[in-house]
Design a protein around this ligand. Sequence first.
Ligand SMILES: [Fe+2]
Ligand SMILES: [Fe+2]
Ligand SMILES: [Fe+2]
Ligand SMILES: [Fe+2]
Length: 376
Amino acid sequence: MNEQFRSIVEHTSLPYDKRSVDPYTRARVLLMIAIENNAVMMKHRLARATDDDALKKHLAIVRRAESLQHQAVSSLIPADETPLETAIGLEQMVVDLTADLAQNEADDYFKQALDFALLEDLDHLFRFSLMYRMVEGGDAGWLTRDRTPIVAGRPTSAQHRHPVDELRPHFDLDEVPLRTLMNHLTIVSAEQEKMLFYKSSIRAYPEELTRRLFGEIAMVEEQHLSQYEDLGDPHTTPMELLVLMELNEAYNYFSAFKGESDPAIRTLWSELMEQELEHFHLAVALMERIEGRDAHELLGDAMIPSLIELKPNIGYIEALLSTQVNLQPFDGEFIPESRLPADWPSFSFRERMNSRGSPADEVEKRRPRERIRRPA
Ligand SMILES: [Fe+2]
Ligand SMILES: [Fe+2]
Ligand SMILES: [Fe+2]
Ligand SMILES: [Fe+2]
């Protein structure tokens, strides 16, 4: 672990160039920021709830390394990338991430939840793109290189649901494959990151409509985070969670490394993956000491048959759009809105939320007609 602490200046990276960066390099950077942020915060939470000296010491050391990794990845974002550009990058990342996870998800209900939220994040990408053109004169299709469709999904104003309608039944740890556990930790991290980023971006713009749009979409990301958290097994022990999270970090870095086209960033992914393997081995040893359990009970042979790939999913997204845009959650299922009971709690909640208009609707009403291309 000592080698993971270098001079402080070495934990800040050189940023990418926003004019030439591959959209999926940006997506991988944003995903790894999300994963590291969750790793740091989860270790703080675990430390607050334990009095075990060995665990506390382990968390103190590894958490510091996570925090420095988080800085190394966060500093890849250049200063001239605006919050709206990052928001578009985040939604492109999560749309194609969710599509990849859904197509590699063995648990049927979890897959449905992924498909469900995908069409909502697709709509966020659309609304942020309209706002970007309006406020900064930018073209989101240029930022995303047209690799992800920028089209209306399930309208954001129809996404405001009562908190109880975001409760979901959970899967069981011993009944799902390892890829499901990885998918779960990954999507929880991504949705949490968007919620935090949008809330902190409200202050970044003077225009009232932009501020309100960030607030409106931040609230939906809070809902998405709630839905996904609920799907996870609440009986997971703190040590199991620690081991799984380290494995997930290593798995995500390896996936990023395999897909990366930027040589410097590819090297960073491989270095950070090596660090995560050390975190993982330490966590496995600690679980054996504290819980007297062999990690094989939890991980089996620890084989995950496929990697997370960030790439275009245009056909998959179009198929979802044509069949699932009118679904809503009810009673452990996703059903067409027309079949919902009149007393579905979200009907009145949505009415209340939209009673003075929805910023996401407003931005579409005001959409400028012309298309502006930024010079490459
Ligand atoms: Fe990490
Ligand atoms: Fe979103
Ligand atoms: Fe989301
Ligand atoms: Fe880690």
